[in-house]
Write a protein that binds this ligand. Structure first.
Ligand code: CP3
Length: 396
C-alpha cells in the first residue's frame, strides 16, 4: 500500500524524518521492511538490573525530571535487547503533575492523587500545559535522545479515558466506578475534562515531536473497561480530535493507539486516525487484523506472562504470533501489555532475535516489487498446528 493511503484525505505531505527508512517507521506506514520490527511496552524498567542500578530511590517523577538519567534509562533496553524503537522514559501522569494537579506515582502502586477530580471547580486545577516552562526536562531529554539513538524514539501520552480515570478515581482502580459514574451522571463535565486532558496530551506530544521524537503512542490502557457504545460516545471523539490535530501540525507522523482488553473496541479504535492499533494478547493477531481493517498496521501481541517461564513457551507463542501476522506489511511485534517486573531479560533478548530471524510480515523479499504474493505458511507450533494462507489479506 502506498504511503498516501495511510494519510488523512487532504493531509499535508510529511516532512522527511531521519528514521523514515527504519523497519519500525516503515511497518507503521504499511510499507515493506527489511525485518519485522520489535519493541516492548515498558521495556525500560524494573526487569533490567542496569535500570535498578541507575534509577536510585525516590519517586519516578523525580527521575523523569533528570534529562541525562532519562536518556540513559531510555537507551538501556535498546542496547540490551536490540529493539527497533525506544520508548521515551516518562509517565502518562507527567502533564497533570506538571500543572500542579497533585499527582505522585507510588512505587508498586502507580499514580495516586491527593485530591481527586470531583466537580466543575476542579477544572481550574487543569490549566493548559506549557511544555517549555512546565516540562522543559521532557524537551531536553528528547533532544538528547534524538541525537544519540540509532533507532526511532517513540514519544507518548496517556489517552483521555486512562488519565481521567486516575484523576477521578484518585489512583489505580479495578472497576472504575467513580469515573464511570461521572461520565454518565454529568456528560457535560466529562466532556470538559476530556477536552482539557486532550489539549494537555496534544501539547506534550507536539513538544516531543518538535524535540525529535519519530513516532507517537497514545496509551489509553484502561479504555477496554468501557462498552463499545460508551467508548464511541464518550472517548473516541476526543481521541479522534487528538490525532487529527497532530496530523495537521505534524503530518505523516507514525501514530499508535493502544489499550488493554480492547478486543470489542478494535474496530472503533481503528477509526481514531492513527497509523497503527496496539492489540493485547486476548485477540489472536489475525482476528485483530480483521477487526482493525486493511489500512492500519497492528502492533502486538505476546502475553507478557508467557515471558516469565521457559524459553520454549515464549518461543512457541512468539512463532504463533508471527504466523498469525501473515506476510502482508504492517506488523510491529510487541507484547500485549507492559513487561512484567519479574521478567528475565534473557527471554526478551531471545524474543527479539527470533522475531528478526523468523518474522515475515511485509519482508522486502515478499513485497519488494509490489507483486502480490501468495505464500502459504505452514508452521507447527508445539501442539497447535496453524495453517495460514495469507496472500490476499493484510494491507496490500
Ligand atoms: O519502557 C517504558 O515503557 C518506560 C516508560 C513508561 C513508564 N510508564 C515508566 C514507569 C511508560 C510508557 C509508562 C506509561 C504508563 N504509566 C501507563 C501506560 C502503559 C501501561 O502499562 O498501560 C500507565 C497506565 C502508567 C501509570 C503507571 N505508572 C503505573 C500503572 C505504574 C506502575 C506502578 C508500579 O510501580 O508497578 C507507574 C510507575 C512507572 N512508570 C514505573 C515505570 C518504569 C515503575 C516504577 C518505578 O520504577 O519507579
Amino acid at each position: 500500500m502506498s504511503n498516501a493511503a495511510l494519510r488523512a484525505p487532504g493531509g499535508a505531505a510529511q516532512a522527511p524524518g531521519r528514521f523514515d527508512d527504519s523497519p519500525f517507521v516503515r511497518a507503521c506506514r504499511g510499507q515493506s521492511v527489511s525485518r519485522v520490527p520489535v519493541w516492548f511496552m515498558r521495556q525500560a524498567g524494573r526487569s533490567l538490573p542496569e535500570y535498578r542500578a541507575a534509577r536510585g530511590p525516590g519517586s519516578i517523577l523525580d527521575a523523569i525530571a533528570q534529562p541525562d538519567l532519562v536518556a540513559e534509562l531510555t537507551s538501556q533496553p535498546v542496547d540490551r535487547y536490540g529493539t527497533d524503537a525506544a520508548i521515551f522514559f516518562s509517565d502518562i501522569v507527567v502533564p497533570a503533575a506538571a500543572v500542579g494537579f497533585g499527582v505522585d506515582v507510588a512505587p508498586g502502586t502507580g499514580p495516586v492523587v491527593s485530591e481527586p477530580f470531583r466537580s466543575a471547580a476542579d477544572l481550574a486545577r487543569l490549566r493548559p500545559l506549557e511544555p517549555e516552562t512546565d516540562t522543559p526536562y521532557v524537551i531536553e531529554a528528547v533532544q538528547l535522545l534524538s541525537r544519540s539513538l540509532s533507532v526511532p524514539l517513540i514519544g507518548f501520552a496517556g489517552g483521555p479515558f486512562t488519565v481521567a480515570s486516575y484523576l477521578v478515581e484518585g489512583g489505580p482502580s479495578k472497576n472504575f466506578t467513580k469515573v464511570k459514574a461521572l461520565m454518565h451522571a454529568d456528560p457535560a463535565l466529562w466532556h470538559d475534562l476530556v477536552e482539557r486532558l486532550t489539549d494537555m496530551a496534544l501539547a506534550s506530544l507536539r513538544s516531543q515531536l518538535d524535540a525529535g521524537a519519530s513516532a507517537i503512542q497514545v496509551f489509553d490502557s484502561w479504555a477496554g473497561i468501557l462498552t463499545p457504545t460508551h467508548y464511541a460516545e464518550l472517548v473516541l471523539p476526543a481521541t479522534r480530535r487528538l490525532f487529527a490535530d497532530l496530523e495537521s501540525s505534524h503530518p505523516g507522523t507514525p501514530t499508535i493507539l493502544f489499550g488493554v482488553g480492547t478486543g470489542e473496541l478494535l474496530g472503533l479504535m481503528a477509526t481514531a486516525g492513527t497509523s497503527a492499533v496496539g492489540v493485547d494478547w486476548r485477540v489472536p493477531l489475525d482476528e485483530a487484523r480483521l477487526r482493525v481493517g486493511p489500512t492500519k498496521a497492528v502492533q502486538g501481541n505476546l502475553d507478557p506472562a508467557l515471558c516469565l517461564g521457559s524459553w520454549e513457551v515464549a518461543a512457541a507463542e512468539t512463532r504463533e504470533i508471527l504466523v498469525r501476522a501473515g506476510t502482508a506489511p504492517g506488523h510491529i511485534f510487541n507484547l500485549g501489555h507492559g513487561v512484567l517486573p519479574e521478567t528475565d531479560p534473557g527471554i526478551l533478548e531471545q524474543v527479539v532475535e527470533l522475531v528478526h530471524r523468523e518474522g515475515h510480515a511485509g519482508l522486502d523479499v515478499n513485497v519488494g516489487l509490489g507483486v502480490d504474493v501468495d505464500v502459504e505458511v505452514d508452521v507447527d507450533v508445539g501442539a497447535t498446528r496453524i495453517d495460514v494462507d495469507d496472500g490476499a489479506g493484510g494491507m496490500e
